[in-house]
Design a protein around this ligand. Structure first.
Ligand code: PLP
Length: 370
């Protein structure tokens, strides 16, 4: 497929990529040690710090998708035998637990029904009881559309002598993520959601506390490729070759984060919240409801309950019609929610009134025909 169709990407990611970012991708490739490129990397790091709202020195973009960010986050701060507690509210919490297991951690999970958030007080209690070396949680659970409140979590983790790892793959750039103010030790994200860059890079940031643990490791990081004690020498330090950086993708991320900062983060969060409210009102008029309770809904990922009985209503056919007739992509449910929810993303560049109204009209017609 040399000429992909034009789509409107209103699924769980990737989101629509603006022309400025596509143009950045097409700029001439230079060497990964070219002084001009090293300067762009420095500027990108400064932009990522602003985006994460942190002063953390060790802030960069991992070469790989959000899952590479997740693996990097866990692999660098977990040593074999460490006790790791993971809060699981959906598919990505489950993935975090699996990654930690593969790093040799003694993994315990605390679980909540899919579509609900934990009461932070329950998480604080679990952290005090189990005193994990690392506590990991997904901030915006893309499989359920739930925002996990993090009040009091960092203090509890730090009092227990541990580190707090937070998955911000879906939240970063679309709702507040305050790495320093919230006391997060490792946060990671992905380029393809609210940053509206193609998939392939994972912004990550480590607090001084996390870096101290990395520096004091007894065992080397189990992944050579994701070992940030090596990768950081290329992004800073002596700029030593580690792996050939995905040069053009980094141009694109530099542009995409630049656009987010130009818009203003607070203005961007407000836009996402407004578009979410517009969508929810329109869905309500169509008789459709959302899975999570109103106070913990994500603005950028809306888990819409599929109408009718799963055995009697073909939700896949609705998604196929939206794509074929209107070029609109929405997502289906993952795991336990397969067939039960549609996942409507309003992420980054795609979070516009035009897209919301178009989707609502298309959904209205498609459901009437179904
Ligand atoms: N974490 C969350 C919350 C996600 O939504 C995703 C992807 O949807 C990932 C991790 C994994 O990212 P990727 O698919 O880019 O590897």
């Amino acid at each position: 497929m040399t000429h992909p169709p034009e789509r409107i990407l209103l699924g769980p990611g990737p989101s629509d990529v603006p022309a400025r970012v596509l143009a950045a991708l097409a700029r001439p490739t230079v060497g990964h040690l070219d002084p001009a490129f090293l300067a762009l990397m420095d500027e990108l790091r400064a932009r990522l710090r602003a985006l994460f709202r942190t002063t953390n020195d060790l802030t960069l973009a991992v070469s790989g998708t959000g899952s590479a960010g997740m693996e990097a986050a866990i692999a660098n701060v977990v040593e074999p035998g460490d006790r790791v507690l993971v809060a699981v509210q959906g598919a990505f919490g489950g993935r975090l637990a699996e990654v930690a297991r593969r790093c040799g951690a003694k993994v315990e999970t605390i679980d909540v029904e899919w579509g609900r958030a934990f009461d932070p007080a329950d998480l604080v209690r679990a952290i005090r009881d189990r005193r994990p070396a690392v506590f990991a949680v997904v901030h915006a659970e893309t499989s359920t559309g739930v925002r996990q409140p993090l009040d009091g979590i960092a203090d509890a983790v730090h009092d227990a002598g541990g580190l707090l790892v937070v998955d911000c793959v879906t939240s970063l750039g679309g709702m507040p993520v305050e790495v320093d103010a919230w006391g997060i030790d490792v946060a990671y994200s992905g380029s393809q959601k609210c940053l509206s860059c193609p998939p392939g890079l994972a912004p990550i940031t480590l607090s001084p506390r996390a870096v101290a643990k990395l520096d004091a490791r007894r065992a080397p990081v189990q992944s050579w490729y994701l070992d940030l004690s090596l990768v950081r020498n290329y992004w800073g330090g002596d700029r030593a070759y580690h792996h050939t950086a995905p040069v053009n993708m980094l141009y694109a991320l530099h542009e995409a984060v630049g656009m987010a900062l130009e818009e203003g983060l607070d203005e961007r969060f407000t836009r996402h919240a407004r578009m979410h409210a517009r969508l929810v009102a329109g869905l309500d008029a169509l008789g459709l409801s959302l899975l999570p309770p109103a106070d913990v809904r994500l603005p950028m990922l809306n888990a819409v309950c599929v109408p009718g009985r799963p055995d009697a209503f073909d939700e896949r056919a609705v998604r196929a019609r939206l794509l074929a007739d209107y070029g609109i992509e929405i997502g289906g449910g993952l795991g336990a929610l397969a067939g039960r929810v549609w996942r409507v993303g309003l992420m980054g560049h795609a979070a516009t009134a035009r897209n919301v109204d178009l989707l609502l009209a298309a959904l209205d017609r498609t459901l009437a025909a179904a």
